[in-house]
Design a binder for this molecule. Sequence first.
Ligand SMILES: Nc1ncnc2c1ncn2[C@@H]1O[C@H](COP(=O)(O)OP(=O)(O)O)[C@@H](O)[C@H]1O
Ligand SMILES: [Mg+2]
Length: 282
Amino acid sequence: MQTALRTSLPETELASRANFAPHARIVREERQEERLAQASGLPLSIRGLRKSFGSNEVLRGIDLHIPAGQFVAIVGKSGCGKSTLLRLIAGLDKIDAGSISFGQDVQPEDIRVMFQEPRLLPWARVLANVEVGLGRDRASKDAHARAEQALTEVGLADKRDQWPSVLSGGQKQRVALGRALVSRPRVLAFDEPLGALDALTRISMQRLLERVWRDQGFTAILVTHDVSEAVALADRVLVIEEGRIAHDVVVNAARPRERGSAELAGLEGSILSHLLSADDRT
Ligand SMILES: Nc1ncnc2c1ncn2[C@@H]1O[C@H](COP(=O)(O)OP(=O)(O)O)[C@@H](O)[C@H]1O
Ligand SMILES: [Mg+2]
């Protein structure tokens, strides 16, 4: 069962409940808002996570802690359970054993997933497609304004009245990203979101992902088969092998990162050699 463990009140909440003099309280509350705006990600703790489909034991004990706001990439050979892990994190599937917790109760809007296919509604215009991401808030007065803001963030404000069918593949993925961002998620999971794009569009989308992540501070979990993409974007790369996390590689390179630098190429090479040696054993 998916658990959302309740911990003690966060510091910000405690501060807002404390009995300050009124002026001190206003200053304090403004600072809290600033901090919340800067660090909206949730931490993620996974313990002893298992998932099987019939006799196929896909995840055999995943233990992982992701600090709030970290950008984590997950790589591993096809069929190793990357999508399964994301689906469990997003609450789209049931876990067999173990737990996943975010340190507090979460709402559906707090966790969003972006897939390889944009999954846009063909009968709805771009802006309406983005509004879908608001979930229960879709009927609220500011729904249009929020969707417009999200479209601006992904650089598509001028396409708001278009039908999805006239957009390029990259533009459709931008709309899907806008739809994922519009609810201001605190955890954003990406399942090979750029896998179907051409090389140049892919690089510009990678830059966009990095920018929105830095602006909004959500916790990012990116499944990708592209190790160079993983090291370009992530703070940390996890390699899944035989149902467990076999390698946990920190990427310390400063941002913005220089693609193709010796540092990133070296990391990419060592992660690829882990993946290939796992392949040799099967
Ligand atoms: N709904 C499902 N029913 C049965 N088997 C599944 C289901 N989803 C995934 N699997 C199996 O679980 C394994 C891991 O799949 P997946 O997580 O999609 O791998 P990856 O994303 O790493 O390529 C595969 O063997 C796949 O066939
Ligand atoms: Mg997959």
